[in-house]
Ligand binder design. Structure first.
Ligand SMILES: Cc1cc2nc3c(=O)[nH]c(=O)nc-3n(C[C@H](O)[C@H](O)[C@H](O)COP(=O)(O)O)c2cc1C
Length: 134
């Protein structure tokens, strides 16, 4: 992806609750199907599922990331979806992965739980700041 040097990337992280039926293996299949789409759209990233919660990072050109997120947000297989973080950056964190996927087991559970909690706390703090400002 040499041609991307000099152009800004956009990263977006969302959290959502898996509805019943969205099991780790169902999500694994969705993600496999999504890879071709993401490759075509020049989007890369990673999805993690833990304790019925999905955390996904999408990255690429801003318009492509936003369009992908808009499609995902309409999907009824998960709910209570919310963007936790967006940022512009120079390089991708997952340049080699149209969409990596991990179902997190006991071994590395705590760091994922910590990340999810940290994102939620940060999001709640931002929401409070918006409420105070308006
Ligand atoms: C948790 C979750 C993650 C998903 N991630 C992606 C993704 O990275 N890229 C993608 O194209 N579709 C992803 N999908 C599938 C989309 O929601 C959607 O079903 C698919 O893109 C087809 O959309 P369309 O029927 O509106 O064209 C994901 C779905 C779920 C439930």
């Amino acid at each position: 992806m040499m041609w991307e040097i000099g152009s800004l990337m956009y990263q977006l992280i969302y959290l959502s609750d898996a509805r019943s039926g969205l099991t780790p293996s169902a999500l694994q299949q969705i993600v496999e199907r999504s890879r071709q789409r993401n490759r075509t759209a020049n989007v890369t990233g990673v999805a993690v599922m833990h304790g019925g919660v999905v955390m996904q990072l999408l990255e690429g050109p801003e318009a492509a990331v936003r369009a992908t997120y808009a499609r995902i947000a309409r999907d009824h297989r998960h709910g209570n979806i919310a963007i936790m973080l967006t940022r512009r950056c120079r390089t991708r964190s997952f340049p080699a992965h149209p969409m990596a996927f991990h179902h997190v087991d006991e071994d590395n559970r705590s760091s994922v739980q910590m990340t999810m909690n940290m994102l939620r706390a940060r999001h709640a703090m931002r929401m409070r700041a918006v409420n105070i400002a308006s």
